[in-house]
Design a protein around this ligand. Sequence first.
Ligand code: GLA
Length: 389
Amino acid sequence: MPISAIAAEFRLRFGHEPLLVRAPGRINLIGEHTDYNDGFVLPAAINKEIFFAVGLNGGDTARLAAFDQADSYEVALADVAPSDHAWANYLLGVVAQFQAHGVAVPGFDCVFGGNVPIGAGLSSSAAVECGLAFALNELLHTGFDRMALAKMGQQAEHTYAKVMSGIMDQFASLHGRPGHVVLLDCRSLEYEYFPFKADEYHLVLCNSGVKHALASTEYNKRRQECAQGVAVLQRHYPEVKSLRDATLPQMEAQRAELGDVVYRRCRYVVQENQRVQEATAALQANDTEAVGPLMYASHAGLRDDYQVSCLELDELVEMARPLPGVFGARMMGGGFGGCTINLVAVGHVDAFVAAMEAAFERRFQQKLVTYHTTIVGGVSEAPRAAAQA
Ligand code: GLA
């Protein structure tokens, strides 16, 4: 649904002129479950976006409307708290963050909706958080920079959605650059852009159709297991402040004390961090295809050691592997469903999609949904012209 529909709905409901904002979802080329371990990620913002119409209303309530859910919610700004409208919590969590930063948020109206599929691992929730954070920052002239807004979005996720996520999704939604993936060091928060050769390769997503339930404990459990690993390693190697600092020989040496499950979680994270750095080196050397084997290895680690994949994702990767023009494939995002990301030569994309659709339907008696991604810029004000369209 286009931004013009969001703008029209806002005018109809609230009778004044909104600020229009677009907030993209993200892909991640490689670097999964590394962000909350102070490691590296290589995401990009994509042309799946949530659109916002937001305006101050002169009162003291937030009037929120979810276009796609055909639902609305109103709350006094003095009483902002988690609600039983799941979609509203992403917005309320952001408002609470502004308040926690000492901003007296005045009454405002908001309509939002878009085309980031929900539960597909493309970070629709981060797009919602970052879009509103950006809009409020503009309307209230609060001057937070993009990294501060990303952290506020992440905190909203922690406190109102109860997922102890890392910073990757919010960072990517706010810091995307057209045609580039971005390497983020999740410890220093330094980042660097690398061009992605879109004229030669496409990143195609295949949606497993399995809706992940990140909040449903498994994600938070992985975080705890990593923390347990760090606690063990720290006793022997005080310099290990997070898994970012750990090495494979250290983990081998403490394998018994770590225990099998924690050992495997930690091994995956350490190896994945190495893979992100190798992938970045490959991009730097103009060798995009060398990222492919790293993607397969990432998937194997997520499946066998980190154990966050599922049957449909595993099968999608295996279906892609033998197809002509495919260099790499892996599950993407938190796991337990969502999409695979596939690195495909431009000339093979159509045949790839057709073959995947046929194989998936044969195997699961279900239509496969695919997305051709274009790498776009991060959250921004939407051009007025788009709203009139
Ligand atoms: C989710 C989280 C991110 C990140 C990924 C896994 O998308 O929101 O912070 O941890 O899972 O890489």
